[in-house]
Write a protein that binds this ligand. Structure first.
Ligand SMILES: Cc1cc2nc3c(=O)[nH]c(=O)nc-3n(C[C@H](O)[C@H](O)[C@H](O)COP(=O)(O)O)c2cc1C
Length: 170
């Protein structure tokens, strides 16, 4: 089984997408743009009738590695990714089968900001969530786009991140 990159940017072809494209050279993972799906806020009454379960099925049925790609919005993950993470709660209560299948999967996280500043705590919610879900957190990378392009320093980071993901690839 291969991997899937879940993109959570407010524009489909923006900076995060640019970095994803670079990362995916050689990985050839599936790519899913959350912006194209209808995924509602977490609802305690579980009355959402949207695309979330189908998206989760695609992730767990066909892949063993989940790469979450998010822009940096207000020092944290994008709203799209946060809503998606909130909804994973359903995999622990109403759709336990999906939660069971997330167990043992690998998670990696790519962030794309506007500069080199990476806050030490940025990736903690992902690492802790992976632990809670029984997923293997394999690592993360902070990237940024300047003058519409990927600087050599960022290229190197992406290459290292790709290598990390490919080590023990399954
Ligand atoms: C709503 C919003 C909030 C942002 N907040 C931050 C921020 O806190 N730190 C930062 O470095 N860049 C911030 N940025 C800039 C984006 O992280 C940066 O331009 C990123 O590359 C955009 O990726 P995208 O084109 O996929 O949205 C923000 C941009 C937006 C639209």
């Amino acid at each position: 089984m291969s991997g899937i990159i879940i993109q959570g940017s407010s524009r489909s072809m923006g900076n995060t997408f640019k970095v994803i494209q670079e990362l995916n050279k050689g990985l050839n993972y599936s790519h899913l743009d959350l912006l194209k799906y209808d995924i509602g806020y977490y609802d305690y009454a579980h009355s959402n009738d949207d695309d979330f379960i189908d998206v989760m099925r695609t992730i767990v049925d066909e892949h063993s590695t989940l790469v979450i790609a998010t822009p940096v919005y207000w020092y944290t993950m994008s709203g799209l990714i946060k809503v998606f993470m909130d909804r994973i709660t359903e995999c622990l209560n109403t759709d336990k089968d999906l939660g069971r299948r997330l167990r043992g999967m690998r998670m990696a996280v790519l962030a794309c900001g506007s500069d080199n500043i990476k806050h030490s705590w940025y990736f903690e919610p992902f690492r802790l969530s992976a632990d809670y879900l029984g997923m293997h957190y394999i690592g993360d990378v902070h990237t940024w786009i300047e003058y519409e392009s990927i600087l050599p320093e960022v290229m190197h980071r992406i290459e290292d991140f790709r290598t990390l993901i490919m080590e023990g690839k399954h």
